[in-house]
Design a protein around this ligand. Sequence first.
Ligand SMILES: [Zn+2]
Length: 329
Amino acid sequence: MSFNSVIGQKEAVEILQDEIKDDRISHAYLFSAKEGSGKSKLAFEFAKASFCEEAEADSCGSCINCRKMDHQNHPDFKVISVLEGKSAISIDQIRELKKEIAYKPYDSDHKIYVMETAEKMTKEAANSLLKTLEEPPSFATIILLVEDSGKLLPTIVSRCQQIKLRNVSKEKIKELLLAEGLEVERAEIVSSTAAGSPGKALEIIKIDDYFEQRQQIYDFLKDINSKNTIEIFQITEKLSSLLKADFPCFNLLSDWYRDIMMIKQDYLDAVTNKDYFEELKELAAELSLQNIIRNLELIAQSEEYIERNIREELSLEVLFFKLRQPDQE
Ligand SMILES: [Zn+2]
């Protein structure tokens, strides 16, 4: 793998390649892009290219540095992320980083540290990191990966060279999915659902029975107004078990109503679930814009409740009863 394997980020790749070529790699970068856009991949390929002894501003895949990177045992490369079972990057992790980063590189003339979800640093951790960013060791580079740079301390952001990744085009994602062996119609659906994120697209196609489950959920939603209480209990039970298997239920629910909103406002190109276009169009005629927005809010709220450990089934039941009767409160 080399920079070629980074999908749809030509501009960012070119900037980074130039910096390797000109030997002016920064001490701190901030890669921002939404989840699944390939930030980690870009950071990895950048580090690998910078260590490679053979290829110019890319990686050969066979020199000792490339092989160590591929085997995840390059001593001059490290990834820091939220530890399992924790919700934030702690000050202890930053202390550890500061201690380690001060040692000279082993196999190369520089070292690269990547921090995933940098917005999840605690305040203390962020303040501590700031000191390192102000006076980094001459041989060290820190790459912060974030979804939204607005969630970082401005003083951290200003210390970093910012690289914004693009949303990858639907066509590029579709190509990727076709290359993975997906059939055209399904590649079409997933490339829309992935909304610019190749990582998300690849995750979706790994889910067992994704298309069957999606169909059952959407077949329910299109007729939700005629569903009885037992049917609502059945769908909530189903969704509840799907959620336990990390199935993207809430994405599907919100895409459904978002599509209805797009049709209502005549942004037909923005519709994700084109295979349900006729049904969505009918619903767009039935529902008021206010109803649709309310439904989207209900979905977001239900997702938040579940994240906060409020009982899944209860929360989903309430949601579906409310979605069934958009005009009655
Ligand atoms: Zn190499």
